[in-house]
Design a binder for this molecule. Structure first.
Ligand code: ME8
Length: 523
């Protein structure tokens, strides 16, 4: 039995509405989680909202409501986005939950027991927007002379009594970890960045605040709340049963377990420096991989509220459809790099790849069967070219596609799938079943039977990306649920379906042709 997989997105700050970057991360992680389930793995997939910290407290204050009321409302928009986008999370965690407070206090106590926490005074730069402390040397100067963080956000000079975490003691341990576990930080470019950062030396980290109280209380220090990243990172453990459910913890967060965090490039430092140091200090197992994906840009430009180009994923899903949006984001962007989206690009990719290469293939084949055989499944009589096509499709759908998902490369999975779909298109054109109808009806049936199997395999293989459309095509084709996994792909089901006398109806188009939305045409 393969090991269980624990896979997570970052948890989002609910101080604004979800944007397409949040949607992208959720969709990519969802596709990888779905593919793992279809490979027969026990998967725990967690996402959620990161509700504490100064930023949330300040936003709530400007709105004149309590932080609790504010996050209750805002978190619901993230959950709604996930539900609209068909994100198959097993747990949507909110860090304001009591179970999460208990987990954060438990890891704090474990770090204290290891001698890694001490009380001192913090004096330095803090960015509320990033919820991060920065060194003077990391700052740059903005147009108005104000100091800016490496993310371009304003920083303020902060002086407070604070608990500190002895991060400086972990420099060598972290470097050893990166060496021993080269996959710990992916992709390679991010790994190099972090290596350089850690090699440059680590300072102890301020891990509590006294100037506001919206957070997890520090055990034994009632005036302090934990620095939001201590509690935020601990969300991953809370969902795995820490500290109260050792059985669950053993299953989803154990030594040598397969634990994967999918996050954006801006928060790799928190996940690959602070997080493993906290875990080592608390004597807890480490994740296998932290993957820092790239950023989505709107027509190549950074999204920002002031530019007015922040796309609402709900609107995009409504305009283009959930599955086209999911497909576009994963097919367009090489996972790990930045990528760009625009209405034209979504329309073009959906129409050419989902519509022409796959949708039409299914449409033509099933309509032809419905019309010429009254929906009766055709009789197979494999010829070498049929076997060659099925071997190509089989290799892609049972090996290349699931392997690419398992290596966190959804774009490669789609490429492998698309090549197999193109092979089917070439086959249908070469075999021309419509011409065989009069000259060689038995051969026509064999060609259609081959295509039926190939189309079902393609639909199963791509379902992590377009679960709803693939599912409805498979329902339409009578494919039983137990066949819909990478391990069960084969042809036995066809024989069964055939002998049961299954009748396929003429299908509705799977991916109706998208037109450019009117607003986008006007641009
Ligand atoms: O960072 N394109 O929350 P967040 C792609 N609460 N991904 C993007 C993006 C973009 N344009 N903008 C943001 C936080 N992201 C913390 C995480 S985890 C213990 C705590 C990604 O709401 C970003 O990189 O600012 C992060 O992975 C996720 O969206 C949530 O960002």
């Amino acid at each position: 039995m393969p090991k269980p997989l624990t896979i997570t997105t970052a948890i989002s700050y609910p101080n604004g509405r979800p944007h397409i970057g949040h949607a992208y991360e959720a969709i990519a992680t969802d596709a990888i989680a779905r593919a793992a389930r279809m490979s027969g793995r026990d998967v725990f997939f967690q996402t959620g909202t990161d509700e504490h910290g100064l930023k949330v407290a300040q936003t709530a204050r400007t709105k004149g409501i309590t932080p609790n009321a504010f996050v209750d409302e805002m978190s619901s928009y993230f959950k709604e986005m996930d539900d609209i986008l068909n994100i198959s999370y097993d747990r949507f965690i909110r860090t304001s939950e009591p179970a999460h407070h208990a987990a954060s206090q438990a890891i704090w106590e474990a770090m204290a027991a290891n001698g890694d926490l001490y009380l001192d005074r913090y004096e330095g730069w803090y960015s509320v927007r990033d919820e991060a402390y920065y060194d003077e040397s990391e700052l740059s100067e903005g147009a108005d002379g104000a100091k800016l963080s490496p993310q371009g956000t304003p920083v303020e000079w902060t002086i407070e009594e604070s608990w500190f975490f002895r991060l400086s003691a972990y420099q060598q341990k972290l470097l050893d970890l990166y060496e021993k576990q080269p996959d710990f930080i992916q992709p390679e470019s991010r790994r190099n960045e972090i290596l350089r950062f850690v090699e440059g030396g680590l300072r102890d980290l301020s891990v509590s605040r006294t100037s506001f109280d919206w957070g997890v209380k520090v055990p034994g220090s009632p005036d302090h709340v934990m620095y939001v990243w201590v509690d935020a990172l601990t969300n991953y453990l809370t969902g795995c049963g820490y500290p109260s459910d050792p059985e669950r913890l053993e299953r989803y967060w154990s030594e040598g377990g397969d634990i994967v965090h999918i996050i954006g490039k801006d928060i790799v430092r928190f996940h690959t420096v602070y997080w493993p140091a906290f875990l080592m200090s608390a004597k807890l197992p480490l994740p296998r991989t932290v993957f820092g994906h790239g950023f989505l840009l709107n027509r190549g430009e950074k999204m920002s509220k002031s530019l007015g180009n922040v796309a609402d994923p709900k609107d995009l899903a409504e305009t283009f459809g959930v599955d086209p949006l999911r497909y576009f984001l994963l097919a367009e962007v090489s996972f790990g790099n930045d990528g760009s989206y625009s209405a034209e690009a979504i329309v073009h990719k959906t129409n050419t790849e989902l519509g022409n290469a796959f949708g039409n293939l299914a449409q033509r084949t099933l309509s032809f069967i419905a019309k010429n055989l009254e929906g009766r499944l055709p009789v197979p009589a494999p010829f070498p070219e049929d076997e060659a096509l099925l071997a190509t499709v089989h290799e892609a759908t049972t090996c290349a596609v699931p392997q690419a998902f398992a290596s966190l490369a959804p774009q490669d999975a789609i490429q492998a799938w698309l090549r197999a779909a193109y092979a089917c298109n070439a086959y249908i054109d070469a075999q021309a079943p419509w011409a065989l109808r009069k000259t060689d009806p038995a051969r026509m049936e064999a060609v259609l039977a081959t295509l039926y199997v190939a189309i079902a395999d393609l639909a199963i293989a791509i379902s992590p990306v377009i679960p709803a459309s693939a599912g409805s095509l498979l329902d339409h084709m009578g494919i039983p649920a137990e066949v819909r996994s990478y391990g069960a792909l084969g042809t036995d089901w066809y024989t069964d379906l055939h002998s049961r006398g299954f009748v396929v109806e003429a299908p509705k188009p799977l991916f109706p042709r998208l037109e450019m939305p009117v607003e986008a045409q006007a641009e």
